[in-house]
Design a protein around this ligand. Structure first.
Ligand code: HEC
Ligand code: HEC
Length: 200
């Protein structure tokens, strides 16, 4: 009986200690989100306006790559260029490798003129064929790299991967710092040379 009371006493004391400790570590509501605002009066909180760079192509400053072979952000104004449609893709008018240099624009890289899709077909009865041969498992499909004469259809919609960057003052602090394995990769890509890294 005595032991029971003692145990109860210890448990109570331990619980109080825990409650006390956690009470001293309060989290204010203002610090709960990135908005640093009181969540009960956040209807007055306004977010940053989206403000893409207004410098025209040719006068903007390129943005350093976020990581190795990241799709570069669009540094210049894209007013009137988006959305990209089948009849109107202005991006290629300056970034096509045939003209890019004369426009001072980065040429569209080789990866965008390459098909990475395996040549497969599906028969009427649902059998998958690769080069006429039956495939048991899609895992048998090796990475293919087939150079194309023109831009790959998978790369036509530039803004699917390349985005303009909005300038804001309210962005939370970001401690990310990128590391590149070789010189200059923060300003250019070399994916076509490293695409099979870790696979072959
Ligand atoms: C009038 C020519 C022109 C057009 C049209 C154009 N660009 Fe550019 N682009 C440039 C130039 C020139 C640069 C280099 C930065 C500068 O001088 O402003 C550039 C830079 C870029 C970069 C950064 C490249 C790097 O190496 O960091 C990307 C990404 C880009 N453009 C994508 C696009 C996309 C996507 C479109 C279509 C929505 C587009 N551009 C339309 C001329 C153009
Ligand atoms: C499916 C995503 C995707 C699409 C769509 C796409 N890109 Fe890219 N782009 C990338 C990635 C990822 C890279 C970096 C790796 C590489 O070179 O492939 C890149 C790199 C680039 C570069 C930098 C090349 C260098 O040498 O540093 C330019 C310029 C570029 N793309 C322009 C375009 C334009 C213009 C279009 C539309 C015609 C386009 N891209 C469509 C993903 C894409």
């Amino acid at each position: 009986m005595k032991l029971g009371k003692l145990t109860l006493g210890i448990i109570t004391a331990a619980t109080l200690l825990v409650i006390n400790c956690s009470a001293s570590k309060t989290v204010s509501e203002e610090s709960l989100g990135l908005r640093t605002t009181n969540i009960y009066s956040e209807d007055t909180t306004t977010s940053d306006k989206t403000q893409y760079g207004s410098k025209p192509a040719g006068e903007s400053t390129k943005i350093k790559r976020a990581f190795e072979n990241a799709p570069p952000m669009i540094p210049h104004d894209v007013e009137g260029m988006l959305p990209i449609t089948i009849d109107n893709n202005q991006c290629t008018m300056c970034h096509d490798p045939a003209v890019a240099q004369s426009m001072g624009a980065t040429p569209i890289p080789k990866t965008h003129f390459t098909s990475f899709r395996p040549q497969t077909e599906l028969t009427k009865d649902g059998v998958m064929l690769q080069n006429g041969k039956h495939l048991d498992n899609t895992i048998d499909i090796k990475t293919v790299e087939k150079p194309l004469d023109s831009l790959s259809g998978a790369r036509f919609n530039c803004s699917q991967c390349h985005a303009p960057q909005s300038e804001g003052t309210k962005a939370p602090k970001n401690n990310f710092s990128s590391e590149f394995r070789s010189e200059g990769l923060n300003g250019k890509s070399n994916l076509i040379d490293t695409i099979n890294e870790g696979v072959k």
